[in-house]
Design a protein around this ligand. Structure first.
Ligand code: N2P
Length: 369
């Protein structure tokens, strides 16, 4: 609210946002309009950039690729820098939303992880349009004590059986179950659990995933893609399908509050999605100098390390690692070891007819039809 007001009045930039709803508005001149995921940047990053470059940042947040995409496809978004996940960037490139990046204006570009850049090039050919910001996995967040009370140990959290078998998830119903509100990740995870291709475009296969989700629907309290951080941290949710760093932030918030809530994150052994969120510049961006400067600043090793330290999502800058706190660097749920990585899948670009099917199935799921 305060941030939305400040943005509306163009009085001040807002830093890290805890909830969706902050709006970035065109500022022109010395303002760069950035639209990023919520809970996804260190508090000091935006002020640090503003000091170093003498540019003001108008910083808005979202918690859904679908929301960002709707704004980008409508055109005239007013944004200079946006952060879609790779598979969304891929189809937005095809829709002509972005301008190719002039990497000669990004002096830190050479410091990006070459392996990751190769993976990205499958959906952004030649790495022309995007620069990775942070990445992570989509897994299970849980309240350690509630899970232990229901199952005798936390072992079950190592499998998607916890979430996808009605006899398991129902035991967590009363303490609060939340799922990400995004079909484009939850449906592929359900398909992968069923042994199907997570990126299947076959309607009959996708329907199978939807049926699995329908079977657990009675036990899901809320579909939301950012509120689960606080809900887990304050004990209002005990089982979440969510993003790695978000759940670890919930763990840290509970510890800071000293409220006795213990939160943990697991990458289930059946495997899950690995996502990469990409910095890109819309074709109609007004402040190109500001956009390039901001993107380049985020790739500075010390800035990338500060962001990872704050939000517990890995960054794509190997030179930042010595500055990443040991506890984070050595956490296998944040930086998965190779044997875990081998079970992670990349989300593919979703064709329009599949997208429409996802949307229909998702609406039916949420409204209980
Ligand atoms: C930030 C979550 C971003 C990860 N809260 C999803 N791409």
């Amino acid at each position: 609210m305060v941030c939305a007001l400040a943005a509306a009045l163009a009085l001040a930039a807002c830093g890290k946002q805890g909830a969706e709803g902050g709006e970035a508005r065109p500022g022109g001149g010395g303002t760069v309009n950035v639209y990023n995921w919520s809970d996804y940047i260190a508090d000091g990053t935006v002020p640090g950039f503003e000091r170093e470059h003498g540019v003001r940042v108008n910083y808005g947040v979202f918690d859904s690729n679908e929301v960002l995409e709707a704004k980008l496809l409508a055109g005239n978004s007013g944004f200079d820098v946006v952060v879609p996940s790779l598979q969304f960037l891929g189809r937005q490139i095809q829709a002509g939303v972005f301008q190719p990046l002039d990497t000669s204006r990004l002096k830190n570009h050479a410091g990006l992880d070459p392996e990751l850049m190769k993976r990205i090039a499958v959906q952004d050919p030649g790495n022309q349009y995007g620069v990775p910001y942070l990445w992570g996995t989509t897994g299970i967040g849980y309240n350690v004590d509630k899970l232990t009370a229901a199952f005798g140990s936390t072992e079950i959290a190592n499998s998607w059986d916890l979430l996808f078998k009605p006899e398991n998830i129902r035991k967590m119903k009363d303490c609060g179950v939340m799922l990400l509100d995004t079909p484009s990740e939850v449906v592929p995870i359900a398909l992968n659990y069923l042994g199907e291709d997570p990126n299947s475009t076959d309607p009959a296969v996708i329907e199978k995933g939807a049926r699995l989700l329908q079977s657990i629907r009675p036990y899901v309290q809320t579909f939301h893609s950012s509120q689960y951080i606080d809900a887990l941290a304050n004990g209002n949710a005990c089982l979440v399908l969510g993003w790695s760093g978000d759940i670890l932030q919930a763990r840290d918030r509970a510890a800071e509050a000293g409220n006795g809530v213990n939160v943990a994150y697991s990458i289930p052994r059946e495997g899950t999605a690995l996502f990469v969120d990409m910095l890109a510049i819309p074709k109609d961006a007004k402040n190109l100098d500001g956009a390039y400067a901001f993107i380049d600043y985020l790739m500075k090793p010390e800035v990338a390390a500060a962001n990872t330290n704050a939000v517990a999502f890995p960054n794509p800058v190997p030179g930042s690692l010595p500055m990443v706190e040991e506890e984070i660097r050595n956490d296998p749920t944040i930086y998965p070891p190779d044997e875990v990585k081998a079970r992670l899948f990349t989300l593919a670009i979703v064709p329009p007819e599949v997208d429409r099917l996802y949307t229909r199935l998702w609406t039916e799921l949420k409204t209980g039809r």
